[in-house]
Design a protein around this ligand. Structure first.
Ligand code: F0G
Length: 466
């Protein structure tokens, strides 16, 4: 509990085991990046000093999670670990059917394998890259309907992840029969980690009722979303985060989940729903790719780690620290004049690369160029969320994404504020010299999810000496 006399938000834990990190020189990093085809996903992790590529599966487990791992039961069917997992999911998300999967995208593949298909359209506030890829892989169309404020990095609207209700209403009025379900992503990762309000979820629910459509949550960052509701939405300041989560769940008919985010696990996910017939179809598909429905591609010990992580994820001392440390990074960058998406998201700070690098057109990938510069100068690995990730249309035509952002995602319970001070110093240095950053071209790319494996080349020679 907080003592109101003191204001420093501390890490609500002691460090219990450490993993050394290694600093290589700037010229070595430039060489590693060249070898990696200027794709940060292709680096060896040992060549990265501070890894802010993702908050997914990269967090530190608690002592209680390690203890739970020892309790893991590896029975193929009906393992006690499964029941502990299912009960922990039900405490927050009481959907009738819970189908474990090895991670979030497996849940997406199963769900859209059943409800997707050509001619279908799936609305969402903003589809995450894997969600969009699975929607499109099924032959369906993914439509992003976030509120206009969500596309303006400077707008301080408290719930920039909200769904544009008039736009959803228009889509349902014109194509209701093509919409198998409505999705809402909490928090809206691709839009800057921005939350969705309960008022907005209720409005989506009303439209779903009007057109008799199920509402599914992509709930990866549900606890951070609930914390933002508690601290920003009128009437919720005295409501427990766990109760806010249950209120969000009660508005939905089902969910997809990656346990690698807010549930504080290194692997895992699930698909949940109330509809018996849909669950039966999904379970049959899950058996094909994930395994028997009481383990779903996971070891029993993973199920136990998730069960404990889920309860820790709604601990309010943890969430206060989590959101405060993300804001600490954002405030440091804002003070240094770096254009960042505001208000700050829950799991990451997003730099507006389009604004920072006005000399680079979107099709020279300013976000990706900035992410490469952060690696070369400071050994920091980040992730472009922009035209590389979203610029290639399903029609094979490349267009600028709505925004070109660089995401500094913060692994949970992993880095201290000193690490974040270093990140602030490096980003500030790179921002002050940003006119030196060259654009990039793509020299090789796959058909889908190109950001993971495309190879790039700088459009002018880059200085390699330190
Ligand atoms: N939905 C959202 C909103 C996500 O952020 C992710 C993953 C997924 C679904 C897929 O889950 O990775 O377990 O298969 N996001 C990670 C990220 C990869 O870096 O933001 P997964």
């Amino acid at each position: 509990m907080r003592d109101s006399r003191f204001h420093t938000v501390i890490e609500p834990f002691r460090i219990h085991s450490i993993e050394p990190v290694r600093l290589i020189s700037r010229s070595e990093r430039q060489a590693r990046l060249d070898e990696a085809g200027w794709n940060l996903f292709a680096l060896h992790g040992d060549d990265v000093l501070i890894d802010l590529l993702t908050d997914s599966g990269t967090g530190a487990l608690s002592n209680e999670q390690w203890a739970a791992i020892q309790r893991g039961n590896e029975g193929y069917a009906g393992s006690p670990s499964w029941f502990r997992f299912r009960d922990a999911v039900h405490e927050l998300f009481p959907f009738k059917h819970v189908i474990p999967t090895h991670q979030g995208r497996a849940a997406e593949k199963i769900l859209f394998g059943v409800v997707g298909g050509s001619g279908k359209v799936i609305p969402n506030n903003t589809h995450f890259d894997t969600t969009r890829a699975h929607v499109e892989f099924s032959g369906a169309e993914g439509v992003d309907l976030v509120v206009p404020e969500g596309l303006d990095p400077r707008n301080r609207h408290p719930f920039k992840g909200n769904v544009d209700i008039p736009a959803l209403s228009r889509l349902l009025a014109s194509r209701a029969e093509d919409v198998p379900l409505v999705m809402v992503t909490i928090t809206n990762n691709s839009g800057g980690g921005q939350p969705v309000s309960l008022a907005n979820l209720r409005a989506v629910r009303e439209l779903c009722d009007e057109y008799d459509k199920p509402l599914f949550l992509d709930a990866c960052r549900f606890a951070e979303n609930a914390w933002f509701i508690k601290t920003r939405e009128p009437g919720y300041v005295n409501v427990a985060v766990a109760d806010i989560v249950r209120e969000m769940a009660a508005l939905a008919d089902g969910m997809t989940m990656s346990a690698k985010k807010d549930p504080l696990a290194n692997i895992g996910g699930w698909l949940a729903m109330n509809d018996d017939a849909l669950a039966s179809e999904c379970r049959n598909l899950a058996i094909l790719t994930e395994g028997f429905p009481t383990y779903g591609g996971l070891a029993g010990r993973d199920l136990d780690a998730i069960a404990v992580g889920l309860r820790e994820s709604v601990d309010e001392d943890y969430l206060r620290y989590r959101i405060a440390s993300t804001a600490y990074l954002g405030e440091g960058l804002e003070r240094a004049g770096v254009p960042v998406v505001v208000p700050f998201g829950g799991h990451a700070i997003f730099i507006d690369a389009r604004e920072l690098l006005p000399h680079l057109p979107a099709l020279q990938y300013p976000g990706h160029a900035l992410a490469c510069a952060l690696y070369v100068e400071g050994g920091i690995r980040s992730c472009e969320i922009g035209t590389v990730m979203f610029g290639m249309g399903a029609d094979g035509v490349e267009r600028p994404a709505p925004m070109d952002l660089v995401r500094l995602a913060i692994p949970r319970r992993t880095y201290t504020h000193n690490h974040l001070d270093y990140v602030i110093e490096v980003v500030t240095y790179v921002a002050r010299n940003s006119d030196q950053i060259a654009g990039l071209e793509i020299v090789e790319q796959p058909e889908r999810l190109r950001h993971f494996s495309a190879r790039f080349a700088p459009l002018r020679k880059v200085e390699t000496a330190a």
